[in-house]
Design a binder for this molecule. Structure first.
Ligand code: HC1
Ligand code: SF4
Length: 570
């Protein structure tokens, strides 16, 4: 142990502890802007400086470790003056128009400047401006970039995509797309992790809320919404609701208040995906078609973008099943339109998703009979949903539980866990077991694949009717790349692999509420597993509305009709 004194408190901490961690251990929070534990510990912003007795220079506390006998001051007059000067310098290069910034109220720079009492900027403003096509789902505003390097590090270390890089030197240092590429051609997976790790409004999603308002204003348009599984566990975080208060049924109420005509649960179409993907897997498995092993899940559009750009030779191993979002879109514009006797062109299909890549996925065309268009017309992230609720002056505390609409009301626990890493595989195995043996397994029989594996990916073997099914589950794109390399080199062998681009799955999605320096995926994932555990229905094949949809329209999973609407035609 190392003995130190911080702000007159004498403590002992393990050797190797940083000054920042030592201070945090006795509840002294040192302000920081660029620091992200294990990802960005480079001391670039210099906001976290502290004074050490006997040393002339202030040191950054995030990447300097304690030494025996150190006496540290985290907020001495010298530290305060230096920190304020640093923040004033950062603000001189920052377009601090907080009133029109999407991160206002949730911006680390704003908080630090406020806390330091920066009420005017003494330095001449020199703001960097950069062209950006704001029609792209990922938007960068160079005038708000503080060069903290977090986006570079998250994209490099966690996602292994190397999309961002630094350019220029000194005061002209800036961050941009690496290799002078354009973001549209840079193979960005659109996972949005750089956004959720940005401390300011320099990175954000394209705001599409106005498009919804236009649809709502048009009296001829029928707005039909779907809500993704992972949204339910996060939407209340930035609205001051506890996890217990923030039910998915209250989102239904909010969307109805905003003017949406029908509200459905993507969990329903997650069950539909399981029927199609589970059937496809059982077919491949029983045929023993080795060329197509492993079969990869296809519901995460960030992952689909990744495999198509990074491992195109393996893209034919993706399940042909569309994602739940796209399946629901296709069902809305066909089965639902017919049932309700509505012209599908009048339907405006809205998705509320925890994801940025879904904004891109929805661009895929849908052709069916006379209809030519899109299954989904607009995707809003969880953050945009929260902004809609605020813009409509809805007090979240007054929302009541409101049921999803018929005829696609039910979603099972198996569909809900799609939002957490391992959930799609677990849901698929529950139904694959049934398809192979004719009976249900224990609902929790496959629970060992839950959660994030610290070693990169989770693998498991399950015996189903005397056959061994070998599976793997991975989330985060650097982990995915490692797994793909192992598969390519034939170091590992699996029949079925689930991939989610965002660490922890959709719960940690790039469209979810942002919490400074805090990873929320694990807490949110546990909540989805709790919702599954307490569900009446825990098997996709037992969803009565799914059974009805097959009886009435598709016939059986994998049928010709199902292939036309529910599978990717390439
Ligand atoms: Fe996901 Fe999915 S789980 S991809 O993370 O398969 O976005 O929540 O909606 O489509 O169901 C996202 C979540 C979501 C799809 C489902
Ligand atoms: Fe990298 Fe994901 Fe950001 Fe694209 S969206 S730049 S892949 S972190």
């Amino acid at each position: 142990m190392v003995n130190i004194t911080i702000d007159n408190h004498t403590i002992a901490v393990p050797a190797g502890t940083t000054i920042m961690e030592a201070a945090a251990s006795i509840h002294i929070p040192i302000p920081k802007l660029c620091y992200l534990k294990d990802i960005n510990e480079i001391g670039a912003c210099r906001v976290c400086v502290v004074e050490i007795e006997g040393q002339d220079h202030l040191v950054t506390s995030c990447n300097n470790v304690v030494e025996e006998g150190m006496t540290i001051y985290t907020n001495s007059p010298k530290v305060r003056r230096n920190r304020k000067h640093t923040v004033e310098m950062i603000l001189s290069q920052h377009d601090a128009q907080c009133a029109t910034c999407v991160r206002s109220g949730n911006c680390t720079l704003q908080t630090i400047a406020n806390d330091l009492n920066v009420v005017e900027s003494p330095y001449k403003k020199e703001i960097c401006v950069e062209e950006w096509d704001t029609r792209y789902p990922l938007v960068r505003d160079a005038s708000k970039c503080v060069k903290c390097m977090r986006c570079i590090q998250v994209c490099d270390k966690i996602q292994g995509m190397h999309i961002w890089d630094v350019s220029g030197t000194g005061a002209r240092t800036t961050v941009g797309v690496s290799g002078n590429r354009d973001i549209k051609t840079a193979d960005c997976a659109l996972c949005g992790q750089c956004i959720t790790h940005c401390p300011t409004g320099a990175l954000r999603e394209r705001d599409d809320t106005e498009k919804l308002y236009r649809a709502l204003e048009d009296k001829d348009t029928i707005v039909v919404a779907q809500i993704a599984p992972a949204v339910r566990t996060a939407w209340g975080e930035s609205l001051g609701l506890s996890r217990e208060e923030a039910t998915v049924e209250k989102i239904v109420d909010a969307l109805r208040k905003i003017g949406v005509d029908y509200v459905f649960d993507t969990t329903f179409s997650a069950d539909l995906t399981i029927m199609e993907e589970g059937t496809e897997f059982v077919e491949r498995f029983t045929k023993g078609d080795l060329d197509l092993y492993p079969m990869f899940t296809s519901c995460c559009p960030g992952w689909v973008r990744f495999i198509k750009s990074q491992y195109p030779q393996m893209a034919n191993r993706l399940s042909s099943a569309k994602s739940p979002q796209e399946m629901f879109g296709a069902v809305m514009k066909t089965v639902f339109a017919k049932k309700m006797d509505i012209d599908p062109d009048r339907i405006f299909a809205l998705s509320i998703m925890p994801c940025l890549a879904k904004k891109d996925e929805r661009e895929k065309p849908l052709f069916h009979g006379e209809f030519a268009g899109h299954g989904v017309d607009l995707v809003l992230t969880t953050r945009e949903l929260d902004r809609l609720i605020r813009a409509d002056h809805i007090d979240p505390k007054t929302l009541k539980d409101s049921a999803f609409d018929a005829p696609f009301t039910e979603g099972t626990g198996a569909g809900v866990i799609f939002g957490a890493t391992g959930g799609v595989m677990e849901a698929a195995l529950r139904s694959a077991y049934y398809l192979i043996t004719g009976k249900n397994p224990e609902a929790d029989a496959f629970k060992e694949i839950r959660g994030v594996n610290k070693n990169g990916w989770t693998e498991a073997k399950f015996d189903i009717a005397g056959n061994t099914v070998e599976i793997a589950v991975v989330s985060g794109l650097q982990n995915t790349r490692n797994l793909m390399e192992a598969i390519r080199k034939r170091e590992v062998h699996y029949h079925f692999v689930e991939v989610m681009a965002c660490p922890g799955g959709c719960v940690g999605g790039g469209g979810q509420p942002i919490h400074e320096g805090k990873e929320m995926a694990s807490d949110r994932g546990s909540n989805l597993y709790f919702l599954d555990k307490t569900s009446q229905l825990r098997f996709s094949h037992e969803n009565p509305d799914i059974k009805h949809l097959y009886d009435e329209y598709f016939g059986s999973p994998g049928s010709h009709k199902a292939h036309q609407l529910l599978h990717v035609q390439e």
